[in-house]
Design a protein around this ligand. Structure first.
Ligand code: ATP
Ligand code: MG
Length: 603
């Protein structure tokens, strides 16, 4: 860390007394009030000098842990040509479907975008430079600003439209080598977060639009987190809610043992049906229609059968639909929604029996049109697939069937998958005596085993030991550096302000001079100021012409771990040293202050 002493009387240091109206969560409020950041526009922030020091420390820790694994730092362009994204097949998803990429046309009429992530760029580099298995494995990483046109930028640095990320990409000859680097990254991330003073959990995660197989997220636990983490008390299972798997509660035995069509007037909702038939929700199969749009413009209507007490996890469903994309001549899904009346009217040939749909709803309900696939894609969730003697619709308003069984009464859909949302209280798969609990988390890191998705699409190949040409096997690893810094505040503050973990605090100590007109107070303060900085105890001098109370309040607000006061105890040759986290105070002889604090900060 560079020695860059800071005299508050000469610094651009402005704190706010008032709660900033724009901020909702404590860390965002505190960073604004304490003069760490200023909002410049939606999702855009200036990192002021104190913040930049925090970010520099986080970057340094991240860099040290990455370098320790043998990864090589580089810097890739933020401005990226559309061609690369067209080659990977992500241009449309990122500019249209998700629309998260800032894309525009330059003066030569070339399409370009500001990098939200760098798989394409780094794969292009690997395609040019890696030819042989002898060059593998490789791991390149960088720390730079990323751009994402987030639909809801919020919570300050937590979800910005420009933010700092560490992103790394590894290249391998085979899955085994990838796995080894992936495991190294897992360990490196644990070390980084521990060094930054954070409480976190590594959870199984969905691989999302990036695609691929294994993936884990690193979640900093905090009430303001935007992600739900599900875990079991035995510590054996933790997953992002999008990915979480569970055992649904056992189904109650159906009260109907023979197949029968029953009149069930006015039962177009599950609640009404349960009341009318005096049955349990777990005896009912509900059938829902969703509408998927593939990247080739084809709309596919999805008919989902699921036990009526369970809900569909849209992320799991999307992943299944992406897997099925080749069946529709497509690569990926660009939209998935529950269609409203207006949307249904666009493709339905006649009114749907809403509330009474059966798993065998006829394809004749789909009007013939070149952009709409003429058959329902029928999917059954495992919760429904395992039911017997169930209750479900008849495709006729006012009627349900009871005592129905798959294959006897309804053909079981060919696509049988787990698309249910895991819920708190569900039993765990690894041990059904364990129950899923939930906590809020802030995603600060994400590691993926990508496989060959990008290398295959972009033609990044190498020659293996047998002389065969193979696509490179890839992994990618991200850390939200700016989000991580704010997450640290979210985990550590009190009513007076921020309490920085020592390792990422902008400074270690602050010297407050209660009265700058007092020559002795100033003389000792100046002496300590230069001595501490020389010792490597990064120290601020508050020599402003302000009342002592104002200085103490500001010192607490900005969260510097140790406050040194050149006040009353000077008559005994001592200064008061207060620990920010505990507010514990002790008088220490002036000549011992440097060594004592150096020892405390572990330098
Ligand atoms: P999220 O689910 O929060 O939108 P993501 O999964 O899209 O994030 P990744 O593509 O995995 O994000 O990016 C790597 C890391 O970058 C994330 O783990 C997160 O810490 C950080 N990050 C992502 N988006 C933002 C953002 N808009 N502002 C700040 N940090 C971000
Ligand atoms: Mg992520």
């Amino acid at each position: 860390m560079q020695k860059n002493p800071m005299r508050l009387s000469k610094s651009l240091f402005v704190t706010l007394r008032e709660e900033p109206a724009e901020a909702e969560i404590p860390s965002h409020k505190l960073l604004l009030r304490a003069g760490y950041i200023r909002r410049i526009g939606s999702g855009l922030y200036a990192y002021l000098p104190l913040m930049w020091r925090v970010l520099t420390k986080v970057r340094q820790i991240v860099k040290e842990e990455m370098d320790a694994t043998g990864a090589q730092e580089c810097l890739l362009p933020q401005l990226q040509p559309a061609e690369l994204w067209q080659q990977s097949g992500r241009w449309d998803t990122y500019t249209q479907a998700e629309g998260i990429m800032f894309a525009f046309t330059d003066r030569q009429k070339r399409e370009v975008a500001l990098g939200p992530t760098h798989e394409e760029v780094v794969t292009a580099v690997a395609r040019d430079l890696i030819k042989s298995y002898r060059q593998l494995p490789q791991h390149l990483y960088q720390i730079q600003s990323k751009f994402r046109d987030e639909i809801r930028p919020r919570f300050g640095l937590m979800r910005g439209r420009e933010f700092i990320m560490k992103d790394g990409y590894s290249f391998h000859a085979d899955a085994e080598s990838l796995k080894a680097t992936y495991n190294d990254m897992h360990d490196a991330y644990c070390k980084m977060l521990t060094r930054c003073g954070l409480k976190y959990r590594a959870v199984d995660a969905d691989s999302g639009a990036i695609g691929g197989s294994g993936s884990q997220e690193f979640m900093v636990l905090a009430a303001a987190g935007e992600d739900d983490v599900m875990f079991t008390a035995d510590g054996e299972y933790a997953a992002n809610v999008e990915k979480a798997v569970s055992l649904a509660p056992e189904a109650v035995a159906s009260p109907f043992t023979s197949y029968e069509i029953k009149d069930t007037p006015n039962t177009n909702s599950i609640d009404k049906l349960v009341k009318f038939l005096e049955c349990d929700r777990t005896s009912i199969v509900k059938n829902l229609i969703q509408q998927a749009v593939y990247d080739n413009g084809k709309t596919v209507l999805v008919l989902i059968s699921i036990r009526s007490d369970r809900e569909v996890n849209q992320v799991k469903l999307t992943n299944e639909l992406v897997k099925l994309a080749p069946n529709y001549g497509a690569k990926t899904v660009i939209a998935l929604e529950v269609p409203d009346g207006v949307a249904i009217d666009k493709w339905a040939s006649k009114p749907l029996p809403l509330g009474y749909i059966a798993p065998d709803l006829s394809d004749e309900y789909i009007q013939s049109s070149p952009n709409v696939h003429p058959q329902f894609l029928r999917i059954v969730d495992e919760t429904a697939a395992s039911l017997t003697n169930f209750i479900t619709g008849t495709n006729e308003p006012g009627k349900h069937v009871v005592g129905a069984n798959w294959n006897t009464n309804f053909p079981i859909p060919a696509v049988k998958v787990d698309i249910q949302k895991a819920l708190v209280g569900d039993r765990a798969i690894h041990d059904p005596t364990q129950v899923l609990e939930t906590a809020r988390g802030i995603e600060v890191g994400h590691i993926f085993q990508l496989g060959t998705k990008y290398s295959q699409a972009m033609g990044a190949t190498f020659t293996n030991e047998q002389g065969e040409e193979q696509p490179l096997v890839m992994g990618c690893y991200g850390v939200g550096v700016s989000r991580l810094a704010q997450a640290a505040v979210e985990q550590s503050y009190d009513k007076d302000g921020i309490i920085w973990p020592v390792a990422i605090a902008p400074y270690h100590a602050i010297i407050c001079v209660p009265n700058i007109a007092d020559a002795q107070q100033m003389e000792v303060a100046e002496r300590l100021y230069s001595e501490l900085n020389q010792l490597g105890v990064e120290t601020i001098l508050d020599d402003r012409d302000e009342r002592a109370g104002v200085k103490f309040k500001d010192a607490d607000l900005i969260g510097i771990p140790f406050r040194i006061v050149t006040g009353r105890s000077l008559k005994d040759g001592k200064v008061e040293v207060v620990q920010r986290a505990t507010k514990q105070s002790q008088d220490i002889a002036v000549e011992n202050v440097g060594a004592t604090i150096k020892d405390w900060i572990g330098n």
